[in-house]
Write a new protein. Structure first.
Length: 634
């Protein structure tokens, strides 16, 4: 970051309360591969779960002169500048027992300039992370029952050094009686503080922590050199109850992952799983752990939640794809150097694919549920007409463009489609390899060769480029893989359904939803009319999505419009389903009374083709390659 120094007039509200001084804001130094002298001491008080405030004390070894402290901005897994600088507050700095002023950088608001007094050897920092107290402020990370601590939210670190060359010794205070789980290893327990073994700053930020009142720990694999644990936190103790067969499915997940990749890239692995409707939901990958937040009844109402069971397989896969093997342009020396997301269709897209496959192979979902899930994904992209103007490759920019904020016309604007359309692309690749090799090779061979190298290694990520992905595919099956991938990444034509056809299935639509689809609607509290009328109804009967160029779109409906009545009678889902069925033999349009803001209007949709729900229909003329993909590996 090279720029001219800026001279600013700064009020020094120091010990005399009146002095003025001129401070020159120097350029923020680029990170260098050199060790930071000394160990940063970090103490986090996370006991104030009533007010959701994390109080921080940090001691940073320094020398006299200027130092620039950075608040992490570009966060791995978020793929964008998502550091919560708006929740950072109360910064006070002292040296030798006296206040030291700081000045925020005028260009990069994540940087703080500090002049270290002569003779000072440490800076003593105090500040708070003022986490959200209500959902409209951001994700809830603390409740009276549990919390989720991400170290990037409670740390400042010195500019000019690679994150891997800065050592931090962290300590934590929790509410009385709480337990925690993390990839970090405890070094001491001097109540009320727990101290962790010093680690490099990049490992610290890659090792978040869940804590809570109600905890259950399950060994998923304790037989090998790298234990795998499932750490479950819940709003109530009864939610921790899990049937043996459901825990066995999670053990099978570890087994099937090892059979896929023939390796592991951690010394131990901890699933952090929150079963809560109070803590904000999350799915975030780390090298030796993952943050997972899902429905409170994940175990106790297992049969109702099949669409929630792909979360852990997805995040676990990231230990191989995304954490150990990592796109070169996404790999940065510290957390304030911009990331580039061009290969997210591998990082997330292939992980989405393996998460889907491993869910079935482990028995977390049945074969029928897996096929229904694939049908639901395929239907989304059959109707996502934004491909006409925007290719899949460009959606890799969305974590930076949209910052994961809601958008009004998702089917036209597109969003982070490299996840699920990426899944369909890798299904296409897998079925092509199986077809052309007569079933002797598959994408499993790519995964083992590409992600399974250097078994046991985890501290130094191994990067990859587009050309390396192409070369690895060619090593499995000679083909023009560069052209294959670019055609699917840059296309503007029809939906990416070739993998379905080559896999022995066809996307069709039925008036009756699959059992998986019905449960997905129920858990999401939605009514899905996307493939008939062109909208989805969410909470308070408001439209949560309107698909571009569908009957609803042409009638003028938008996200946020509230359905009041259908054909003169108060709206509910079953009534509208009955009206859609009757409209097949009635030429009159369906009439809606709609409230949008403070205005009411009558909207007529001339639709007569009945309900439409996606499903996969078997094509007996083609081998059932998808069935083979979903079958567990022996």
């Amino acid at each position: 970051m090279i720029r001219l120094s800026v001279i600013v007039l700064c009020l020094i509200a120091g010990w005399d309360g009146t002095a003025f001084a001129q401070m020159s804001l120097s350029a923020i130094p680029e990170p260098q591969d050199r060790p930071y002298p000394g160990v940063i001491r970090l103490v986090v008080d996370a006991s104030d779960v009533t007010r959701h405030i994390f109080r921080v004390k940090e001691t940073i070894p320094v020398e006299s002169g200027e130092i620039i402290l950075l608040y992490p901005k570009w966060l791995p897994g978020a793929h964008g500048p998502r550091g919560a600088i708006d929740a950072f507050g109360g910064l006070k700095i002292q040296a030798q027992g006296r206040p030291v002023e700081w000045v925020r950088d005028t260009v990069d608001i994540y940087a703080f300039h500090v002049t270290v007094p002569a003779g000072a050897s440490t800076l003593e920092l105090e500040f708070q992370f003022l986490s959200a107290t209500d959902g409209d402020q951001g994700r809830i990370v603390a409740t009276p029952e549990m919390l989720n601590l991400q170290w990037n939210s409670v740390t400042l670190y010195p500019a000019g050094y690679n994150a891997s060359r800065i050592t931090v010794a962290a300590s934590l205070k929790l509410p009385d009686g709480w337990q925690f789980a993390s990839a970090l290893e405890s070094e001491s327990s001097d109540a009320p503080l727990t101290g962790f073994h010093p680690v490099s700053f990049d490992i610290l930020l890659d090792s978040p922590l869940f804590a809570g009142r109600y905890v259950k720990r399950v060994d998923l694999d304790s037989s090998g050199p790298a234990p795998v644990r499932l750490n479950i936190f819940a709003d109530h103790p009864d939610l921790l109850e899990a049937k043996p067969e459901h825990l066995d499915a999670h053990r099978a997940l570890v087994t099937q992952a090892y059979r896929l990749f023939n390796s592991h890239h951690y010394d131990h692995y901890d699933f952090l799983l929150a079963l809560s409707d109070r803590l904000g939901g999350i799915g975030l990958e780390h090298h030796r752990s993952s943050e997972n937040g899902t429905t409170p009844t994940f175990f106790t109402e297992w049969d109702k939640n099949p669409d929630a069971r792909e979360l852990l397989p997805h995040e676990y896969t990231h230990s191989w794809n995304g954490k150990f093997r990592r796109p070169a342009d996404l790999t940065t020396p510290n957390f304030n150097v911009p990331m580039r997301d061009s290969l997210l269709w591998v990082y997330e897209g292939q992980t989405q694919y393996w998460g889907y496959v491993l869910s079935a192979r482990a028995g977390l979902v049945t074969k029928d549920e897996a096929l229904a899930a694939l049908a639901a994904t395929a239907a989304v992209y059959q109707y996502r007409v934004g491909r006409e103007w925007r290719a899949l490759q460009d959606t890799t920019n969305d974590p930076i463009i949209a910052m994961r904020r809601p958008i009004p016309w998702r089917s036209w604007q597109r969003s982070e489609d490299y996840y699920q359309e990426g899944e369909l692309m890798w299904l296409d690749a897998d079925t092509l390899i199986r077809e052309q090799s007569n079933g002797q090779k598959s994408l499993d061979d790519f995964a083992r060769a590409f992600f399974g190298v250097d078994n046991g290694q985890w501290q130094a990520p191994k990067t990859y480029t587009f050309d390396e992905v192409v070369a690895a595919l060619n090593a499995v099956l000679p083909h023009d893989w560069a052209a294959f991938l670019r055609a699917r990444l840059d296309r503007h034509d029809g939906p990416p359904l070739d993998g379905l056809a080559r896999g022995g299935y066809t996307l069709t639509y039925s008036e009756t939803p699959t059992d998986y689809f019905k449960k997905m609607e129920t858990r999401g509290k939605i009514a899905h009319f996307a493939y008939s009328l062109g909208f989805i109804v969410g909470r308070e009967n408001k439209l949560s999505e309107v698909l571009w160029n569908t009957p609803a779109y042409r009638a003028g409906l938008t996200v946020g419009a509230q359905l009041i009545a259908v054909n003169g009678v108060a709206y509910d889902k079953d009534r509208l389903l009955a009206v859609i069925k009757a409209a097949k033999t009635d030429n009159a349009p369906i009439e809606f009374l709609v409230k949008n803001g403070d205005r009411y209007s009558t909207v007529r949709i001339d639709y007569h083709d009945g309900s439409r729900y996606p499903q996969l229909t078997r094509n007996a003329a083609v081998p059932a390659r998808i069935d083979a993909i979903l079958a567990p590996r022996p």
